[in-house]
Design a protein around this ligand. Structure first.
Ligand code: TYM
Length: 333
């Protein structure tokens, strides 16, 4: 069976972008793939984290996976730092990654900001660790939102470089799977910026932990333009906020963007927002409730992570042994 690997950083509350761009798609993929879903805590520490908060967020993201419909028995759910092979492979791959490739990564440029000299090595090496996550399991498909596309292209380049260096066909080149209508959900405050955990304004995003009133309030306050809703997706071109809200509606209702436009063509935003809020609450409400229930049972969540790490390590350690053999690293005995 073909294998899926994907991950989420436990850096803050998961939001609607994480859900629609990634996690929701992961649920359906369990039918036809062998799936590994990871809480990438080692990626989280490329930026400063409060230790207690990091632990709590790792459990909360695990709960979000389960509450969204990831089946912990069928799929593997684990946190990255519990399987040390990720770091070992990251080092080996770092030795096959030219600096020029890393210098092109736009996420590093965004996150490092102007003061590049103070950025930490881990942030720069981040995409190599991400390649290690995927290649360690020889994953063939990686479902992500659009913002991860460049990192995935790098993972393919690194896999190719490794195969060529040793004259092997060991790593499959992982295929990005950028699925659905909402591959890039934008901020509710600014249709030109991505919805993000790190945005200073909580009104910019809908968190999976928000209650019904908060969701409705955030949607009501979402920025729009003064015109009635557009007739077609083409009419949204100069209207990023309209496009974003209609895209969110289409994704939540599981319809095409064109159908969403047709449904609300010529309507006022106030009426549309009410319908959108009701829909968002009906989809997210059960997930939030289940996350709350799981938050009260950290023993269960830790058990899922423990079992997941054992299952992940069994695959990872076997592959790492093969990889070390290919490189010529000795395994005495
Ligand atoms: P992270 O934690 O930033 O995001 C997790 C997933 O959510 C998607 N996403 C979005 N999709 C649509 N609209 C948005 N506004 C939005 N914001 C986030 C992301 O594309 C991602 O799929 N580097 C990764 C984590 C990672 C990983 C991996 C992913 C580490 N190793 C291996 C895949 C395979 C990240 O920071 O995701």
């Amino acid at each position: 069976m073909k294998r899926i690997f994907s991950g989420v950083q436990p850096t803050g509350n998961l939001h609607l972008g994480n859900y629609l761009g990634a996690i929701r798609n992961w649920v359906g993929l369990q039918e036809s793939f062998d799936c590994i879903y990871c809480i990438v805590d080692l990626h989280a520490i490329t930026q400063s984290q409060n230790p207690a908060h990091l632990r709590e967020q790792t459990r909360s993201v695990t709960a979000a996976f389960i509450a969204s419909g990831i089946d912990a028995e069928r799929s593997i759910i684990f946190n990255q730092s519990a399987v040390p092979a990720h770091c070992e492979l990251a080092w080996a791959l770092a030795c096959h990654t030219p600096l020029g490739w890393l210098n092109r990564m736009t996420q590093f440029k965004e996150k490092a900001g102007k003061d590049r000299e103070s950025a930490v090595l881990g942030l720069y090496a981040y995409p190599v660790l991400m390649a290690a996550d995927i290649l360690l399991y020889k994953a063939s498909h990686v479902p992500v939102g659009e913002d991860q596309k460049q990192h995935l292209e790098l993972s393919r380049d690194i896999a190719g470089a490794f195969n060529r260096t040793y004259g092997v066909d060991y790593f499959p080149l992982p295929e990005p799977q950028i699925l659905g209508v909402a591959t890039r959900v934008m901020s509710l405050r600014d249709g030109e910026r991505k919805m993000s955990k790190s945005d200073a304004s909580d009104y910019s995003r809908i968190n999976l932990t928000d209650d019904a009133d908060t969701i409705a309030l955030k949607i009501r306050k979402a920025r729009t333009d003064p015109n009635p809703l557009p007739d077609t997706p083409t009419d949204c071109q100069e209207r990023p906020e309209a496009l974003n809200l209609l895209g969110i509606y289409a994704a939540l209702a599981d319809v095409k963007l064109a159908d969403a436009c047709e449904r609300f063509s010529g309507a006022q935003f106030s009426a549309f927002k009410q319908t959108l809020a009701d829909l968002a609450v009906s989809v997210l409400g059960p997930i939030t409730a289940e996350m709350k229930r799981l938050a009260a049972d950290p023993g269960y969540v830790d058990g899922v992570l423990r079992t997941g790490a054992e299952r992940a390590a069994a695959i990872a350690n076997r592959n790492l042994r093969d990889i070390k053999n290919i490189i010529g690293l000795l395994h005495p005995g």
